[in-house]
Write a protein that binds this ligand. Sequence first.
Ligand code: GAL
Length: 936
Amino acid sequence: MKKHLFRQGRHLLAALLFAFSPGLSQAQGGSITADAPQGDGICPLSALDLTKITCFDDAGKTKVRANLTTLGNPIVLRDTTYTCGVGTHAPSKAVVAVNGATRFTARLGVDDEASSAANHGIVDYTVSVFSNRQETVVMTGRVNRTDGFTIPVDVDLTGADYLVLNLENAGQAWADQVSWANAVFHYAGEAPATVLESDMYRDGSKVQDIPEAEEGLENIPLSSLEIGKATCGWGTIKADRSIDGNAIILRDTTYTSGVGTHAPSQIIVKLNGSVTRFVTRVGVDDEVLPQAQGNANYGNCNYRVSLKAENGDVRVAAEGTIKATDRTTPLIDIDVNGWKYLILEAENGVGGNSYDHVDWAGAYLVFEDQNSTRPIIVSAEELSSKLASPVTVFSQPGVRFMHKLRAANPEAEVSVSDLPEGLVWNAARQLVEGKVEQEGVYRYVAYTTFEGETSKDTVTFTVSSRLEHPVPFMGWLSWNAVQSEVSEAIVKQVADLFEEKGLYECGWNTVMMDDWWHADQRAADGKPQPNPTRFPGGVKAVADYVHAKGMKFGLYTDAAGRTCAGAFGSYGYEDIDARQYAEWGVDVVKCDYCNAPGDVETAKTRYKALGDAFKRSGRNILLYICEWGVREPWKWGAEVGGACWRVSQDVRDCWIGRGSGVGVVQSIAAMKDLAAWQGVNRFNDADMLCTGLHGTGKSSNDLCLTGPGMTMDEYRTQFALWCLWSSPMALSFDPRRPLSDEDLAIISNKEMIALNQDKMGQQADFLFEENNIQVYAKDLENGDVAIAAVNLSDADADFTFDFGRIPALDAQATYTCRDVWAQAACADVKGSLPTRVRSHATQVFRLSRKGSASGIASPLSAEGFKVKAAGGKVTVTCPGTEGLAKRIIVSDMDGRVVAARTAAGERVNVSLSAPRGAYAVSVVCGAQATSRKVLF
Ligand code: GAL
């Protein structure tokens, strides 16, 4: 539910910006002026600490302001100017500690400056007082920009502890600018004070901190561990806060540390051998007292603290029932010496799950040996023997394949059986690798064993030269910069630009329209149709234009009745849409998930319905799943017919996003642990690239803590990561603005692109992070390995790759080396490679083992490299490479391999029986790869 509102909010933001544009939001001068009461015993709300009042914040434009509207204009309500008051934008909440004040008066209304368009400026208000934790609603109702009146507010505060002024969006959250005009308190003695909602009823006299540790020990707060791995029955588990985000309070005592959960919840701590004691209080948070006092079934739970040993033995150390209305909360203080796991569980007690806000208050672990491994929180899955790798994998005939097999529990044993000919089990690296020459569907078995329990999974391995998505797509998507302006002209302009700027030659070949290409509604026969003004020639004409350039065409829909921007979605229209898309010539369909139910089973069903309809359409249409990684689509996307899936919320044009905003830092968090799930025809997608945006985007500028816009090093890091990860790549710049040479240099770096387009489709493994430098290694089809260092710190740094810490490399071997950004050779390396990485930059090297089949001493010259296609064969000439092994791969423009050969001559013939068309010929020779397009 929360999520739904949040998503709605995101799109409303765009609309808000529109609503605030000049002309619509001018402050109008009021003809009458109304001054507030003044004098002793009068305290204006605007004189209090306004930072404690919450308010919709549109990148600083809207905020709570004293004596002005939220936009900074004089407060004018229905032509009356108020010199005193507080301007806000809903949603907004003010909580005021009354401190003995007796009365609050104000005038409430939507500001005259707000737009009066339909659905704009409609707000629900509630004024309530709290006495002894009991809320009494004094007044509630709706104010509307179109009202001809304002609301007089006059509240008797006698005996009240708090006054709460709450404003909520009632219409569409657009232009919900509301002022509490002439708002004043009448008081004698202490003045009232605003407080954070979380500080209501916080009794400062009874605060409980975690005690100081004894000499030589450390008291580790439970809340300092990675609590996101725990499970929680409702909402998001919280560190040092209750589940509702308030201070943790049990029986009037505030705990400065602890974990707030909602039952049923489970926290599993892996003690790692050096924790001796665990101390906590457990109870149902005081925040639900008012409800629990009214209903004995509310806030009624069971708890259990148990210990699990290495050999699987379990001992329950404490258990019982807790209620919000209990007078005491159990203290748990247990010896955990020698146990492997500590498990904290809360269950719903009598009466279901209502208000089951369970806190582990003041919880800490006594840690003995500071030099040993610290305790960590692990997920329930990590205690199991389950496989955490895909069971549906793909490759092309004759192309090297790799399948990393990981167990959810890193201590589980992994093994395989029934491998088809050509594949072997690499036990040291826990992966299946090799090459299968024959097309077909093969099966092998993966076993994962932990604590005597074995899970057995059958892997389906499809080897085909007709895969939908053999290498990640490289294209452009209209959302970030263009949004509602997407048009026939813009799509054509992108296709032209790809051609003119040499980008097509580099591999950029897919032009996709995102949300808002749609007409207001479907045609009378139910078929989808484009916006008639922006697509005067219809969709087919645009697709034809793109296809005529040898490029592919994509569009966007949603697996619900409506898209995120409110256009028609495909739910219930799967076949009609699939047939129409096929007729138009659509190659890729990005399928969003706004306005659809949240559970994973429904998501699978809805995406499968689309995938099946695309298959029935008779055209090869790639299903691109976009449910933002919320339901872990890497675990089921391929099984429902998807060939790539987003792993995060929308990427923003910044290094660090705020809130749910995804900057490069958050993209890393979303992608870095998904390497085992990545592979040919099943790609994890890190969302649109921001190269060329420089803060000129639309929603991509929101939710940025840094930026909007990034430094060139940051844009380069984003691009390098997408290439290392083998993420599909969609550029998102505005084609109507010039692309700088520096921008072009990033997206035209063929050696970097070669990493992205590598036919083994592996995502670089995240190996470790040290001093804010992350290290990645990516296995490549020809046996080369790309290694990368990403500098997340704010300072430039020296860094040395230690090959002993990179499992894909042999620390004893010598490698030839390419600096991928520079597209230049570096000196041969053995054992280690020193480099310098600028702040927020990424260094990438491609290493090729010397003396191996693919290794060569002298570099392949891209200039001297010639390709000719004629007479049923492709002839490749690489001067100066006589006697050096090289691998030649000919693929169609989708990355499907049509012929491959390894040979040592300077001139190599590869025979080809393929239909007429454009093909890419790549030669990998030592640490170098180069490719050319030919017409055959
Ligand atoms: C979001 C999606 C974005 C964009 C947008 C369009 O849900 O993540 O990439 O497609 O919807 O409304």
